[in-house]
Design a protein around this ligand. Structure first.
Ligand code: SAM
Length: 314
């Protein structure tokens, strides 16, 4: 079972969300990118000290993000799609919330990592940058067109050491020796997309109860499957959905199923917006929103293995 691209929920909150630029450290560094933009007539204001400061950005001004070290913040209307740095893969145009999963997974260089639902590959290229292209990424996606797009994106970003496979992740055998050293998994499955903010006018399009149930069922299965990789130490689960059914409820049900084998780790303790109080400990998860964090709506949970030799799910 697979789901195609997330259906966007069309809310015109775009003016609240700045243009975020992730610096691709596989090709360049923060200082060089800042200098490049200064030469293009932009004014650099230094590192942001508050969300309000980022909200107030206007004109050709930019700053370094408040939370993430390799992320620049520009006013919302800034279009950099034709910029040389973008077309050459030196920068990635990626929302701040979408940079959280790879950042929080944080595998050390040399690690073996799975990106289970990977296309179009922004988080995979972020993982590769964190790994400094050292180690091994196994990236899966079920959709052939999205895999093709991802191939182009990864090549442009200078990613090496990534096996990109067009396959339903649910059919990947966790006992295959190929994956015996996989210690980290990033799981960003298809979701309702209800947190996505469009950059044009639109209207709300809420997913039906049936669609939410089907998505949550898939997310549950795919999360449980990911936890069955024998050497797994840390997993990040993320969605761009606002619905508790796809977020806290999925995490709670899968944690219950796995008994004491995995636990939630507090994701980004200083992040202001936490998981909904759906169960005890849900505040370990984080949420993001245009109003509170100046990002698209997003959810992240970080799971860690409690002990060696975890039992199979109940
Ligand atoms: N992580 C991606 C990124 O940052 O660019 C975005 C992933 S998108 C939210 C979800 C992806 O999951 C889609 O590309 C979809 O094709 C893929 N997908 C859906 N069902 C799948 C399955 N059973 N196995 C692998 N991939 C799947």
């Amino acid at each position: 079972l697979s789901f195609p691209n997330p259906a966007p929920c069309l809310q015109d909150k775009s003016s609240q969300v700045p243009r975020y630029v992730r610096i691709n450290t596989l090709k360049t560094c923060v200082d060089d990118v800042i200098e490049f933009f200064k030469r293009q007539g932009y004014t650099y204001l230094g590192k942001a000290v508050s969300v309000e400061e980022m909200k107030a950005l206007s004109g050709k001004k930019f700053m370094l993000d408040l939370h993430l070290p390799e992320l620049l913040v520009f006013p919302s209307q800034t279009d950099l799609h034709d910029n040389l740095l973008y077309t050459s893969g030196h920068i990635i145009l990626q929302d701040k919330a979408s940079c959280l999963p790879a950042f929080l997974l944080g595998p050390v260089a040399g690690s073996h990592v799975i990106d289970a639902c990977a296309a179009p590959g922004n988080k995979t290229s972020h993982l590769a940058a964190i790994l400094k292209n050292k180690g091994q990424i196994f990236a899966f996606d079920v959709d052939p067109k999205r895999v093709a797009t991802m191939n182009t994106l990864l090549t442009r970003a200078g990613v090496t050491g990534c096996q990109l496979v067009q396959q339903d992740f649910l059919t990947v055998d966790p006992r295959d020796r190929k994956y015996s050293r996989v210690t980290h998994i990033l799981l960003d499955p298809s979701c309702s997309g209800s947190g996505m903010v469009t950059r044009g006018p639109g209207e709300e399009a809420a997913p039906s109860a049936e669609r939410l149930q089907a998505l949550a069922g898939f997310q549950h299965r795919v999360l449980s499957h990911a936890l069955s990789f024998p050497a797994l130490q840390c997993l990040v689960y993320s969605t761009c959905s606002l619905h508790q059914e796809e977020n806290e409820d999925v995490v709670q049900a899968v944690l219950q199923e796995w008994g004491s084998a995995f636990r939630l780790v507090t994701a980004f303790p200083s992040w202001p917006c936490r998981g909904l109080a759906a169960f005890s400990g849900a505040e370990s998860c984080l949420r993001a929103s245009p109003a509170e964090t100046l990002t698209h709506g997003f959810f992240v949970a970080v799971l860690e293995r409690c002990r060696e030799g975890a039992a199979a799910p109940r």
